[in-house]
Design a protein around this ligand. Structure first.
Ligand SMILES: [Zn+2]
Length: 353
């Protein structure tokens, strides 16, 4: 297995001007609620052709975005060194001869907030013909996420999971299983709202609460990777994430698993698109039952057809913002910001026989 570094420094300016913002209607199935996924369509973005971007305009927009939203670059202070890379867990040794496995691990330098996934970002074409990246959104979720983990483990392969903050807080033990299996974790907002419909301040809150919630649920550093809900990219938020040095992931190949709801058809959907494109970052949902059911067959098909899995890792871990960490700590404790240990608050004074 070889490791390749994808460097993101100084990059994204052109792709992230915001011109790729998406306007296609479409709502995502209701993650963010405690109910099972519905069949409401997840968002999918129309690809708009990139107009030429003037560098000055990019710089001005970036500066304006930082000033308005208060990223760490505001005051021109010298930035502290980034935290070290999140620990990549190797996971148990592969017990399956001839499994799909991981052909290549790439490390992404998220400086400047590079974007990936040709539906919206075209600067970094890092996959070779026949290579795929497996990505799963909207978890962690009972039954479905563990089933996805089991299918990946059976093929000794690795994926990236973009977790919803609320779901992470509700099911931290499942999120920890994802990390323990050696997969890469990113965030996907707090409650999966369409950020295009939010004010910049509210959109920032959604992003940052999600980032801190996943960190709190996981109890460990994770990758500065982010995916916009419904693949809708507000220009101000793209600029904001650039200032936060968080990589943005769109997709090359949308499984439409949230809509198809039939395991065989999900497999066919992905394989048909892959045969056409030859490679790509595949968008799926560990939140969806049909996806979990489809995955063993899909991975088997990938193997049979000679596709290779590339795992994404990050050069540094995400830096959470203290005010949002405090907010999430309160959320996890059910609204009590400074809870004392239970034993110091409640003690047994009398017990029956
Ligand atoms: Zn989603």
């Amino acid at each position: 297995m070889r490791r390749v570094v994808v460097c993101g420094v100084g990059v994204v300016a052109l792709v992230s001007l915001g011109i790729f913002a998406t306007f296609m209607p479409g709502s995502h199935s209701e993650p963010g609620s405690r109910s099972e996924p519905s069949n409401v369509a997840a968002g999918h973005a129309a690809l708009l052709p990139p107009p030429p971007a003037a560098p000055q305009a990019v710089a001005a927009l970036a500066a304006a975005g930082r000033a308005q939203l208060g990223t760490p670059a505001d005051n021109g202070a010298i930035k502290a060194p980034s935290p070290p890379a999140p620990k990549v867990v190797a996971g148990p040794p592969c017990q399956t001869p001839g499994a799909l496995g991981v052909a290549r691990v790439v490390e992404i330098d998220t400086t400047g907030g590079p974007g990936f996934g040709f539906q919206h970002f075209k600067a970094y074409d890092f996959l070779n013909p026949g290579e795929v990246v497996l990505t799963f959104d909207d978890g962690p979720w009972p039954i479905n996420t563990p089933a996805v983990l089991a299918a990946l483990a059976a093929q000794c392969t690795k994926a990236t999971f973009f977790s919803i903050g609320k779901h992470a807080v509700w099911h931290p033990e499942i999120l920890k299983q994802v990390a323990a299996a050696g997969h890469t974790i990113g965030s996907h907002t707090w409650s999966h709202v369409d950020l295009v419909k939010k004010s910049p301040a509210d959109a920032k809150d959604e992003i940052e609460k999600g980032i801190s919630a996943v960190r709190a649920a996981l109890g460990a550093p994770y990758a500065p990777f982010f995916r916009f809900p419904e693949l809708r990219h507000p220009p101000e938020m793209m600029t904001y994430l650039e200032g936060r040095n968080i990589a943005m992931f769109s997709t090359d190949l949308d499984s439409f698993d949230f809509k198809i709801k039939n395991p065989d058809q999900i497999v066919a959907s992905v394989m048909t698109k892959l045969k056409k494109d030859g490679k790509g970052i595949i968008l799926m949902h560990d939140f969806q039952r049909a996806t979990a059911q489809a995955l063993p067959e899909l991975l088997s098909e990938l193997k049979t057809n000679g596709y290779k899995v590339v795992q994404l890792t990050a050069k540094t871990s995400i830096e959470t913002l203290p005010e949002y960490d405090a907010m999430m700590s309160q959320e996890i404790k059910g609204g009590t910001a400074n809870a004392r240990p239970t034993a110091s608050v409640v003690r047994t004074v009398s017990e029956g026989n």
